[in-house]
Ligand binder design. Structure first.
Ligand code: BG6
Length: 498
């Protein structure tokens, strides 16, 4: 019998830069609290919140308790909260001042904080450079492979374009080794995203058909209903859908779906295979009739503000809140298979899913029908469709054709369903729980390597070049984006809106 529970055995100090910010409140603290409550952390762990605001240990603890009450998925009780708080402390300081880092160093010594340290940079990208430089100057970054260890977690975006991504990598690599850098893309921490690899490589029957011979096209959709809540307008207006979602989350999903089997499950084997996909990925060639990219921006209605009227968004903003793309993976396995990517804010539904549409059988032997009760309409052939439902209703669905019970030989499309909630009653872990745990354990498999980050930006630059002059077209809030997105599709393909 083996237990599947994982614990951090080593003492760790978790220092959060930007400790009073939104991410700390919504994601980091709730994840740390859940790990704590589940007994996944050692007794010797310490969380230090580093920020500029006026707080002491007590008021910081109070602030974090409020955040937990609002965002924790794990039940709260006074005793656990008190005990969790005994691991928290606050370090007030200006991120650009060396004295703040010297004092942090003293804190490690004076308060006998665990010497293994994980610095979580929950800060805007312009602050990464000063913070990392100050950490190095204060002697807070230990050499790679040394004990005690130092690791630094960096939040996306990893740059704004290829040049800034390279600059960021150079800066980080000047002060530490790649093995100490954990670039977080929270999609990789989602349980269902990790399941893409198990689905493909732990089963014999699917992998042989994941290629150009059998697959007609691939669709990946990450649709959101939210707009600019939580004061995100300023950040988003500078960023847009392509940089915010496609350059990382969507490309990473695609890598997992399209990569070759890795030689093992270690970080470098998986990342090497993802890299090969990114190197082969490019926007499809546009034709007179078929573009390769469609950008949109949401308008308003009586319920929702238009993007341009959102707080801290320029009234004449041309930032895209929706992006749809037709891409190709130019390698042996996938050449000629269109890959459609789509993401946007204020869409009809919050859903992330990957659709693999297979080719139709070579000979149409049967009549295909779609029925309501006993009333059936003839349809065209329904090709097999495999859907990875990343969120919500996490699961995998395979649409197949089955003979409809009747005296006639007609077939109807039916679903083979696997749903997480149907099989396992336990709530799925939050992505941040998994990723923080992995960073503390030194497992970088689910983090983005420097070359991946650069390769992602190289593809974004190709897209921008291919789509130059394509401004965003308006779409209605609550829709599936602009109708122009349909025009990217080849043949009779359609976006599948599940
Ligand atoms: C973040 C983006 O990385 O992912 C946000 O910056 C987006 O704009 C979020 O809302 C979506 O994450 P999830 O897990 O809710 O799909």
């Amino acid at each position: 019998m083996a237990t599947l529970e994982v614990r951090i055995e080593e003492p760790v100090t978790f220092v959060i830069f930007g400790a009073t910010g939104d991410l700390t409140r919504r994601k980091l603290m709730p994840a740390l609290y859940t790990l704590f409550k589940e007994g996944a952390l050692t007794k010797e762990f310490s969380i230090v919140g580093f920020a500029r605001r006026e707080h002491d240990d007590r008021s910081f603890c109070k602030l974090m308790n409020e955040a937990l009450r609002e965002h924790s998925r794990t039940s709260l009780d006074d005793e656990s909260l008190k005990s969790f708080c005994s691991h928290l402390s606050y370090h007030r300081g200006d991120l650009s001042e060396s004295s703040a880092y010297e004092k942090l160093k003293e804190k490690f010594d004076d308060d006998a904080l665990p010497a293994n340290r994980l610095f979580y940079l929950s800060i805007t990208s312009d602050l990464i450079e000063p913070v990392v430089e100050q950490l190095r100057k204060a002697g807070l970054i230990t050499p790679p492979q040394d004990m005690p260890w130092t690791r630094v977690v960096v939040e996306k975006p990893f740059g704004h374009d290829l040049e800034s991504a390279r600059k960021l990598n150079r800066l980080l690599l000047r002060h530490m080794d790649e093995t100490q850098i954990y670039r977080i893309d929270h999609y990789l921490g989602k349980e269902t995203v990790q399941n893409i690899l198990s689905f493909r490589f732990a089963n014999t029957i699917f992998e042989p058909v994941f290629n150009r011979t059998y697959v007609d096209h691939i669709q990946i959709t990450a649709a959101e209903t939210i707009g600019m809540e939580s004061g995100r307008g300023a950040f988003y207006d500078r960023t847009g859908a392509l940089r915010d979602m496609v350059a990382n989350h969507l490309f990473q999903l695609l890598c997992l779906v399209a990569m070759e089997p890795p030689s093992g499950m270690e970080a470098h084997s998986i990342r090497n295979e993802k890299m090969k996909v990114l190197r082969a990925l490019r926007p499809a060639t546009a034709t007179e009739e078929k573009k390769t990219a469609c950008f949109g921006q949401y308008g308003g209605n009586e319920k929702y503000k238009a993007f341009r009227d959102e707080d801290r968004v320029a009234p004449d903003s041309t930032t895209e809140t929706f992006a749809a793309l037709r891409m190709e993976i130019n390698n042996w396995r996938w050449a000629g298979v269109p890959v459609y990517l789509r993401t946007g804010k204020r869409l009809a539904k919050k859903t992330t899913e990957i659709v693999i549409r297979f080719k139709t059988p070579p000979l149409a032997l049967f009549q295909h029908v779609a029925c309501k009760g006993d009333v059936c309409d003839l349809t065209g052939v329904n090709p097999n469709t495999l859907i990875f439902r990343i969120q919500p209703d996490e699961g995998i669905f395979l649409q197949i054709s089955a003979k409809r019970p009747s005296m006639q030989m007609v077939v109807e499309s039916v679903n083979m369903d696997f749903s997480y909630s149907g099989k396992w009653k336990k709530e799925l872990p939050e992505a941040y729980e998994r990723l923080l745990m992995d960073a503390m354990r030194g497992d970088s498999t689910l983090f983005t390597r420097s070359d991946e980050a650069e390769a992602e930006w190289a593809v974004i630059e190709m897209i921008l070049a291919a789509a130059s002059g394509t401004g965003p077209v308006p779409y209605a809030p609550g829709s599936w984006g602009p109708e122009e997105a349909d025009e990217l599709m080849l043949n009779d393909e359609k976006w599948i809106n599940e």
